[in-house]
Design a protein around this ligand. Sequence first.
Ligand SMILES: [Zn+2]
Ligand SMILES: [Zn+2]
Length: 371
Amino acid sequence: MAAMSTPLRRILVTMMRMTVLASGSKGNSTVVSSSKTRILVDAGLSCRELMRRMVAAGEDPHSLDAIIITHEHADHVAGLPVMARKLNIPVYMTESTHRAWVRQVTPRKRLMSYAQWLEQRKAEMQQRDEELVQLQTRAATGELPDDHFFAASAEDTLPLEHISSAALEREAYQAGKLETAAADDLCEDADSAPVRRNINENPSFLPKLEHFKAGSHLCIGDIDVTPFTIPHDAADPCGFVFEAEGVRIGFATDLGYVPPNVKLALKRCDALLLESNHDLEMLRDGPYPWSVKQRVLSRVGHLSNTATAEFLTKDYDGGAAVVVLAHLSENNNHPEMALQAAREALGGHPSLLGNRLLLARQDAPLESVRF
Ligand SMILES: [Zn+2]
Ligand SMILES: [Zn+2]
């Protein structure tokens, strides 16, 4: 299909669509649709806001077939569980991303060491002993009727030192108070009985979960999805190529640099959504702490305008009718600077003059790109 001229392709195929709902460090989400299937790529705003933006952009939220997640950072998953449950649709994530996300959303029980727990138990038992003595005294003086007095169990009357540590540990595990009984283990298997029992309270509950692996194709309805690994500081971050009805749409945001596998994946795309996160000078001179600047600039951070321009100049094949610049930093970039850098990169390449350059926005959806 890539060899077919764009006008002919548009006559034959007109139903593939990409609608960026939001893009940037405060939330990312895009709808990719064929004539039969609609996928939400990331859910980085609240469910309510995602639905509002979908309606505003002419997309019906209730027609979504699935949600696919690039990585577990909050700006990509903030509305995920509520959205998936509300629409009762499957969520596609890699296993590592899912595990990281579960850890992220599961409230950690207030953990204590065994020694701390033992101290607490001693204090509790001492208090119970004192209450018992008081009751015995009151019963002996006739202050309480006989049937009000309760007999202490054998364990209650046994000095704490004589209770086996195994019994104490067993009790601690049952109470879920020791670190080794952390909720991570509980949520590893979404179908396990404990999770089913706690399904309503489980913040990581998803009605249907599908795992995928970077490098392995998967099909969601009639859309063929190719996930590829990207260099970013998350558990198992991915970019995607979505292909249906002869149209290829490439997604690559949240990456520290453009490695060879990404360059390869983004060949022959009809539309590209590409990160152009920051201006190098603005970031260096800007308000972020040095550690954050280092993180953004690192090989697992975000693509600068310069890095994106370099990709467009040297590695991009020029085949996309539309290039959308995405995930712009509000603090360390200006839309005009990102556009200018990409414009120069594309303009310097004679075969690329037909590219339409768009800027994804944080605060509002972008008009749908249609094929
Ligand atoms: Zn990220
Ligand atoms: Zn992000």
